[in-house]
Design a protein around this ligand. Structure first.
Ligand SMILES: Cc1cc2nc3c(=O)[nH]c(=O)nc-3n(C[C@H](O)[C@H](O)[C@H](O)COP(=O)(O)OP(=O)(O)OC[C@H]3O[C@@H](n4cnc5c(N)ncnc54)[C@H](O)[C@@H]3O)c2cc1C
Length: 477
């Protein structure tokens, strides 16, 4: 296996910086002379586990700056190994940070210690599909399995989980569950929540927390739901039963080019409210389409799977709003998967590139998008796309691209995060639709959640993790 680079997205030996000159010319800022990574002066494995994959993580690691190096990285082979690691943490009084693929963009995997030292608990060796139930269409999968590992093993059974976050290549089932991740499918089961049948986890007290396999249940608050989004603070997820399906071939895809983002919002709302459930329904603002996709106008990427989808109805509806180019799904997919690599190039060029996302009801959406763009637009470009659509609202995803204040990126980033987050909450949105809370969103998450709920969550943590060993500072103090 090639070794992951200690900074950025790719692997050792892969080139960084392709197209830098063209990017600098297109943006009007950023240098084609790339900043080179500082020599690594610490153990590479500890460096790799010292951070996630946010913009700040990439900048710091590029410069050899690791504020939260773990004292020890532990890679158990199985669930008894996870329990042994937790016992060791107890004996040596260590903080424990569960680590899946390390793709957190919200400061979720930094091993911040509140004890005598910090352990990064890497679940990567728990990477197998253990069982497939073809009758119920479900599979039991270990938490450390990445997207490609899951799909390769399910393919042997003719099945797919059909869950593709942009971080698919590196992120893991346990990480998806712990952060309530969203895949690239725009409607229907968008979040991993929808695909989880039951979860198995172990607590720092050595107890097993396993929910019953059920298609649905009305028995009180759901034990799965408490683990979904627990962000490594309550228990270490070791495996889950998830809903799988036979592999399907996409049936129809199109690109709809439009004159205005507002027309695109109307079109997406009409599509979902008329009962259509496209698998892809991503609306990309013109300036972002120009940067990543070589399209000139605001573009809706639309795709349907399965034989019962109302393609004729969709085609006619789209034609009322813009120009429809059929069968254009491939270019979008390639750009989607290339984006993490592009970010490494931009960072090396001295370009700040930050993304944040939210969701709001349709009545508030245009105002929220306008307010966010006004709040942070002065720093550079703020692109907006719609990534997920629901009958009652949608999820806008913002990308900020600006000249970095080299050496002062942390303060610059913090200012952007503050302004954007305040605008999101004031506009009626959530602090995150799928990137999670981590440490970066804590302030605004605290404002968003009801106080009695916060108290209940604190009590739940005290019950299962009385020494506050798991991921302190994330979700709770
Ligand atoms: C380029 C890029 C694109 C991205 N695209 C998407 C996207 O399309 N959709 C999306 O939802 N997110 C996306 N993300 C964010 C990130 O990939 C998700 O949050 C993902 O779910 C994290 O999975 P992971 O395995 O890497 O978890 P990690 O980053 O390792 O951990 C994330 C959090 O989960 C906890 N955790 C991890 N594993 C376990 C476990 N087994 N038990 C308990 N807690 C655990 C960690 O402690 C941490 O708090 C993207 C990130 C990047 C860098």
């Amino acid at each position: 296996m090639p070794r992951r680079r200690h900074w950025g997205w790719g692997f050792e030996g892969e080139p960084v910086g392709e197209g830098a000159a063209e990017l600098a010319a297109h943006l009007g800022f950023g240098s084609a002379e790339l900043e080179q990574p500082a020599p690594l002066r610490v153990d590479p494995d500890r460096a790799l586990h010292a951070h996630g994959a946010s913009y700040l993580d990439v900048v710091r690691a590029l410069r050899g700056d690791f504020p939260h190096l773990p004292d020890v990285v532990v890679r158990p082979d199985d669930e008894p190994g996870v329990l042994a690691a937790l016992e060791r943490a107890d004996a040596e009084n260590l903080t424990v940070t569960p680590y899946g693929g390390g793709t957190s963009v919200v400061g979720g995997v930094d091993p911040v210690s509140r004890h005598d030292g910090a352990m990064s608990l890497d679940l990567g060796r728990l990477d197998r599909v253990l069982e497939v139930d073809p009758v119920s269409r479900a599979a039991r999968i270990q938490a450390g399995a990445t997207g490609p590992r899951i799909e390769a093993q399910l393919a042997e059974h003719g099945m797919t989980l059909r869950f593709y976050p942009q971080s698919f290549e590196r992120s893991t089932l346990g990480g998806w569950i712990a952060t309530r991740a969203a895949g690239h499918f725009a409607t229907g089961p968008t979040h991993i929540d929808d695909l989880v049948e039951s979860v198995r986890a172990v607590t720092p007290r050595g107890e097993v927390w396993e929910s019953r396999r059920l298609p649905a249940s009305g028995a009180g608050p759901s034990p799965d739901r408490l683990l979904l989004g627990s962000e490594g603070t309550l228990a270490v997820i070791t495996e889950a039963w998830v809903r799988v399906r036979p592999r399907e071939v996409p049936r129809w895809s199109a690109r709809v080019e439009l004159d205005e983002l507002s027309a695109g919002l109307e079109l997406v709302r009409e599509i979902v409210q008329s009962g259509m459930r496209p698998s892809n329904c991503r609306l990309v603002e013109a300036r972002e389409a120009q940067l990543t996709l070589s399209a000139d106008r605001t573009t809706l990427h639309l795709g349907f799977e399965g034989s019962s989808e109302p393609v004729e109805q969709a085609r006619a509806l789209c034609a009322r709003y813009g120009d429809v180019l059929e069968g254009a799904g491939g270019a979008w997919r390639d750009a989607f998967l290339r984006a993490p690599y592009l970010r490494d190039t931009l960072v090396s060029m001295g370009v700040l590139t930050e993304t944040f996302e939210t969701a709001a009801t349709w009545d508030r959406l245009p105002g929220l998008i306008e307010a966010v763009q006004a709040a942070v637009g002065w720093v550079g470009m703020v692109y907006c796309r719609i990534t997920h659509a629901y009958p009652d609202g949608a999820a806008p995803y913002f990308t900020v691209v600006a000249p970095a204040r080299r050496g002062d990126e942390e303060a610059q980033w913090a200012e952007i995060k503050r302004l954007a987050s305040e605008a999101v909450l004031a506009g009626g949105g959530t602090i995150t639709h799928h990137h999670a809370v981590g440490r970066d969103h804590r302030r605004w998450y605290d404002l968003q959640r009801p106080a009695p709920f916060a108290a209940a969550l604190r009590a739940a943590k005290a019950a299962v993790d009385p020494d506050g060993r798991l991921n302190p500072g994330v979700l709770l103090d």
